[in-house]
Design a protein around this ligand. Structure first.
Ligand code: HEM
Length: 482
């Protein structure tokens, strides 16, 4: 007798129960196009969720000629993510596409190259560095406050997505390169607009059935090349400044002050000191740290806009929990259970990275399915979070479930991995959470706001990460009476 997952028993021997990839179900495919006809790639995650409901937690699809095995079961997904870097890598197309654009860094690296780069990255983002860097986060948030106060006086609507990106660019540039770019107070600097062009093109290229851009450049490809050139110019200037600083202060070789300085030391040791290599690593950090955090902030503001009672309750928590709103302390921000619950709930329903694409490097068996070497996988890391089997009334935005899980069963936080899992888990998680907490605390304390954009117009658009539609709010000063 063989015990099944639900506790019941079967007489089928375990060896016979193993399925191969070709046994798996899936939507009907057409020759060459596979499932691409009629498929909106900008809503691929939503379509996969529906197919997962229909075909079960393992199924196959074809995006053009290439087959992908899609996984929805959270336990199986975590098993796979934890077996990196040896048994699974990021999808094999990532590295050449990133390299071609000159943005090859820790995200697209594999093997030994990844291990070395990951070390430098995690060091640059560890708690000690972040605590030292914390005043710069607060400075950027106070600049956002000033920008919004000015726009409020002029009765101008606030472009939330654009401003959130300005703030995250400022913070990430300062953290990684020690450079205060200050796009929040300088509208001429459109660094965030150039960065914003990268993900949609990456998404298009990663999913293209053939590399059209090597033969014909579309206007979007040309725009991206221009944007990369502009960013390269900026970043090369920062690299040259960092080199000069390290020449003047050799003690920085032992104690680098930021990510770029650590990179210079590490690359010196590896004998690879080219500006192109450094640019790839730096731009990876900017890309990883900017849109993800900015878009999560946009969704939190969206949810607070539609629930005045929740906003009042949050304001009360912030009033009691923070002593100086000019400069909330790191420790105070760590101790705000409702704010934390709102962030968790937002990332459950609006995760910015709902799909992780992988390649199997060595044949392996997961959850009774044999995965051959070379197989392409899509892990739906968001699926469990949106389904009633794991979360009560899963479609409802209800932060209370995190505060009183016993009243909201089922409640399965272990299935939620908005920052990934295993050895390639997001190293920027703590930074992102700190940025999010400090900015939401500031916005709720100083401003009352109203949505200008109709809620129905605010949609999800998957372009490597899930981007909310641009939306505007109108501000009034918050009077302090919740
Ligand atoms: C809400 C904000 C964020 C979310 C939801 C997020 C999510 C993720 C996810 C899902 C991954 C892939 C993990 C995996 O493969 O298991 C990732 C990787 C990564 N993230 Fe984040 N991230 C956020 C913010 C940041 C920030 C602020 C930084 C740094 C400035 C950052 C840096 C990175 C890097 C460098 C990687 C690649 C790690 C590797 O391949 O080893 N992220 N992130």
């Amino acid at each position: 007798m063989v015990k099944k997952k639900d506790g019941s028993e079967t007489t089928i021997p375990a060896t016979l129960a193993v399925r191969t990839i070709s046994d798996l179900p899936g939507p009907r495919t057409l020759p060459i196009a596979g499932n691409l006809i009629g498929l909106d790639m900008h809503a691929l995650h939503l379509q996969l969720e529906q197919w997962c409901d229909r075909y079960g937690s393992w199924f196959n699809i074809k995006l053009g000629p290439e087959r992908f095995t899609v996984m929805g079961d959270p336990e199986a997904i975590q098993q796979v993510l934890k077996q990196r870097p040896d048994r699974f890598s990021r999808i094999r197309s990532i590295k050449p596409v990133f390299k071609e654009l000159g943005i090859h860094g820790v995200f697209s690296m594999e093997g030994r190259e990844w291990k070395a780069s990951r070390k430098t990255t995690t060091r640059g983002l560890d708690a000690r560095h972040l605590q030292r860097f914390y005043p710069s986060i607060i400075r950027a948030i106070n600049r956002l406050k000033g920008r919004w106060q000015n726009q409020m006086i002029q009765d101008q609507p606030i472009a939330v997505r654009e401003d959130m990106m300005k703030m995250t660019v400022d913070i990430t540039t300062d953290l990684t390169m020690g450079y205060d770019i200050n796009t929040l107070e300088n509208d001429q600097l459109e660094f965030q607009i150039h960065l914003m062009r990268v993900f949609p093109i990456l998404w298009k290229r990663l999913n293209a059935p053939f590399p059209y851009w090597r033969y014909i450049k579309l206007p979007t490809d040309r725009n991206l090349e221009y944007s990369l050139e502009v960013m390269r110019k900026h970043v090369y200037t920062f690299i040259s400044q960092a080199r000069n600083k390290m020449a003047e202060q050799p003690e920085l070789i032992q104690q680098p002050g930021n990510f770029l300085e650590s990179l210079l030391v590490q690359n010196d040791l590896n004998g690879d000191t080219s500006d192109e290599t450094l640019f790839g690593s730096i731009i990876t950090m900017l890309l990883a740290g900017e849109d993800t955090t900015a878009y999560t902030l946009c969704w939190i503001i969206y949810y607070l806009s539609i629930d005045p009672d929740l906003l009042a309750e949050l304001r009360s928590e912030l009033r009691n929990g923070i002593s100086s709103h000019e400069e909330p302390s790191w420790d105070e921000l760590e101790k705000l259970p409702l704010l934390n619950a709102i962030i968790q709930e937002t990332m459950r329903l609006k995760p910015v990275t709902p799909l992780l694409y992988l390649t199997c490097l060595q044949e392996t068996e997961v959850d009774g399915v044999r995965i051959p070497q070379g197989e392409s996988l899509i892990t739906m890391t968001e699926y469990a979070g949106k389904r009633n089997s794991w979360f009560q009334h899963a479609e409802m935005f209800n932060p209370q479930r995190w505060l009183y899980p016993e009243l909201h069963q089922p409640h399965s936080p272990e299935t939620l991995i908005p920052f990934g899992s295993g050895p390639r888990f997001c190293p920027g998680r703590q930074l992102a959470l700190m940025e999010i907490k400090a900015s939401i605390a500031m916005i709720c304390h100083y401003f009352e706001w109203q949505m200008v954009t109709p809620l129905d117009d605010i949609k999800e658009n998957l372009s490597f990460v899930v981007k909310p539609s641009a939306y505007s709010i109108q501000l009034k000063p918050f009077s302090g009476r919740a």
